[in-house]
Design a protein around this ligand. Structure first.
Ligand SMILES: Cc1cc2nc3c(=O)[nH]c(=O)nc-3n(C[C@H](O)[C@H](O)[C@H](O)COP(=O)(O)OP(=O)(O)OC[C@H]3O[C@@H](n4cnc5c(N)ncnc54)[C@H](O)[C@@H]3O)c2cc1C
Length: 538
């Protein structure tokens, strides 16, 4: 592997260093040791996709916004492309988050800019089938594709989203070769980048500021417009007076993510929860927010994702180049919207740490696996969860210390889908010229032909935990819709049972999407934050 520290990355303008020098109001929670009280028109909890978009729109309208972020402020000068450092500093639970029974590992961001700082830049509009299902099943209002398309267009322009014009890296080329050989559809992924260096380390924070994450787009604009950011500070609970929210109690955190002991009280008539799936429901639960049907935290979805590794004669170098540039929707809605589980096919970048974790093995075996990394291609299949009565998703619970954990039973519906994904991906790798493949199943070895792989997959027991599943897409937990037996948020983002509380992030989805979530969150957040600004300015 090339020594990336030799790349001339230094010397790029770090917008946060410049902004702070020019007077941006940034409070580092690690330095807060005495109680204090602040006031704003709107307080936004979380600075990811939903929080960033909302902050820009509300400050553009002259509203005073305070942003609260549990993670640290890290920016381009801090992004060293070092996996260990990135997982520790930029991810929830140091990238060790998993469901309660450890059946699904979960990658999710925790830093200023949220998960948009570490994501892989794939940007898709929500499928119309999904939005129609939300309207028909949950009573979501005015959110069909014709309603959202103008908002998608606005955010595509804002975040420089366009189809990736560089040739795919060898990892993504496998998808193209396999799909073409088998007659399956494939297409180029639109990405939110400007002047991308094609380095391939998006998951560790973009050192060149090419990725148009919230860190370099909406948040700097909000700061220029007079927002205050308190980072390294967790919103512990909402302040509630009767049926109205009045602010937030915030706990500054030290470098070890432990409360410093001080309390920051932020008073505001409007509170936006943008902590993302798992965290936003947890905040509501810690706050004992009214929830008459006990629906907060329920219907949390993950796009449970299977992997299949292929070994190729030629070097693949799955750690270099745009992580995801091609996809196939051949199987997403093949059996209808609410039939057997559909899945989107993509490739995933593989760096040594992640590879070690996913490949497993001990001693010499682990070493042999990692030595083959340069020749490895890794396909993934994202299962659409939440579209069938047998697949209600997971529930967020609070641990004794108030931190969340998600109980997500891997049910038979998903396991049946997982088996089909392994068959599909094994066939695709061999059609692309793989010499051996290995599916993400504890009982799997390497198979040297499509027939051997098919026989093995057809004979595995598909059970939880031994079926290897991961997720980088946490959605739901505060479902949106008119159906009060399932949903707690109205289609404009307002919480049904508290005045002044809005939920603007991926937690409002009543199912998963069938596409990577960021553009759906950007578009819906822009729509709902604009309507909220209109209301507050009226
Ligand atoms: C490795 C990886 C790759 C991905 N790649 C893609 C991709 O290519 N395309 C795509 O569409 N999606 C991708 N995603 C997912 C996408 O980035 C997320 O779905 C999206 O950012 C979620 O937005 P959000 O607003 O719901 O929350 P987030 O962006 O997760 O932001 C929530 C923020 O709120 C903070 N927070 C939470 N609770 C509190 C609290 N109580 N107090 C203070 N702060 C709090 C968190 O620390 C976090 O920073 C990827 C995700 C990962 C992990």
């Amino acid at each position: 592997m090339q020594d990336l520290s030799s790349l001339p990355i230094k010397g790029i303008n770090d917008p946060w260093k410049t902004g702070i020098k020019n007077g941006w109001d940034v409070i580092d929670g690690r330095t807060v040791s005495a109680d204090r009280t602040l006031e704003a028109d709107v307080v936004i909890i979380g600075t990811g996709a939903g929080g960033g978009v909302s902050a820009e729109i509300l400050t553009q309208r002259g509203l005073k916004v305070i942003l609260i972020e549990a993670g640290k402020l890290m920016s381009s000068d801090d992004f060293t492309l070092n996996e260990g450092q990135a997982y520790r500093d930029l991810y929830q639970e140091g990238a060790m988050r998993a469901t309660k029974d450890a059946g699904i590992t979960i990658l999710q961001g925790r830093t200023v800019g949220g998960t948009t700082v570490v994501n892989w830049t794939s940007s898709f509009r929500t499928p119309s089938e999904t939005l129609q299902y939300w309207q028909d099943t949950f009573g979501v209002e005015n959110l069909l594709r014709q309603d959202l398309d103008p908002w998608f267009q606005k955010m595509e322009e804002r975040l420089k989203i366009s189809q990736w014009i560089m040739p795919p890296n060898a990892n993504n080329d496998v998808l193209k070769k396999g799909c073409e050989a088998l007659g399956w559809e494939w297409a180029v992924i639109p990405r939110n980048v400007e002047g991308c260096w094609n380095i391939g380390y998006c998951g560790m924070g973009c050192p060149t500021n090419a990725k148009q994450s919230m860190l370099v787009t909406t948040l700097p604009m909000a700061m220029n417009n007079g927002a205050t950011l308190i980072h390294s500070a967790q919103a512990h609970r909402l302040l509630i007076d009767g049926d109205t929210v009045t602010g937030v109690e915030v706990r500054p955190l030290n470098n070890d993510k432990v409360p410093t002991g001080a309390t920051v009280t932020v008073k505001a008539k409007t509170v936006i929860a943008s902590g993302g799936g798992i965290q936003t429901p947890a905040l509501l639960m810690r706050s004992e927010a009214p929830d008459p049907q006990s629906r907060v935290g329920k219907r949390t979805f993950l796009h449970p994702t299977t992997f299949t590794f292929g070994i190729y004669d030629k070097e693949v170098a799955p750690y270099y180049g745009a992580p995801q540039s091609l996809y196939s929707d051949e199987f997403v809605f093949k059996h209808g919207v609410d039939g057997p589980a559909g899945y989107k096919l993509e490739m995933m970048p593989m760096h040594p740490g992640l590879t070690g974790a996913l490949m497993g093995g001990y001693g010499g075996d682990a070493r042999n696996e990692i030595e083959r990394l340069p020749n490895l291609a890794s396909s993934i299949a994202l299962l659409r969860d939440g579209f069938h009565a047998d697949n209600p998703g997971g529930s967020v619970e609070l641990r004794d210390n108030g931190e969340p954990v998600i109980d997500y039973p891997v049910d038979d519906y998903l396991l049946e889908g997982a088996k089909r994904t392994h068959l599909t991906m094994a066939e695709m790798h061999f059609a692309a010229g793989a010499k051996e493949i290995r599916p993400s199943h504890s009982h799997a070895g390497y198979y040297k032909s499509w027939k051997a792989a098919k026989d093995a997959i057809n004979n595995f027991a598909y059970d939880p935990v031994i079926t290897g599943l991961g997720s980088a897409h946490v959605m739901g937990g505060c479902a949106m819709g008119q159906d009060e037996s399932q949903c707690v948020v109205n289609s404009d983002g307002s919480y049904k049972y508290l005045n002044g509380l809005y939920i603007i992030d991926g937690s409002v989805f009543p199912t998963s999407l069938g596409v990577n979530p960021q553009l759906t969150i950007y578009g819906m957040s822009a729509r709902n934050a604009t309507a909220l600004a209109d209301k507050l300015k009226a």
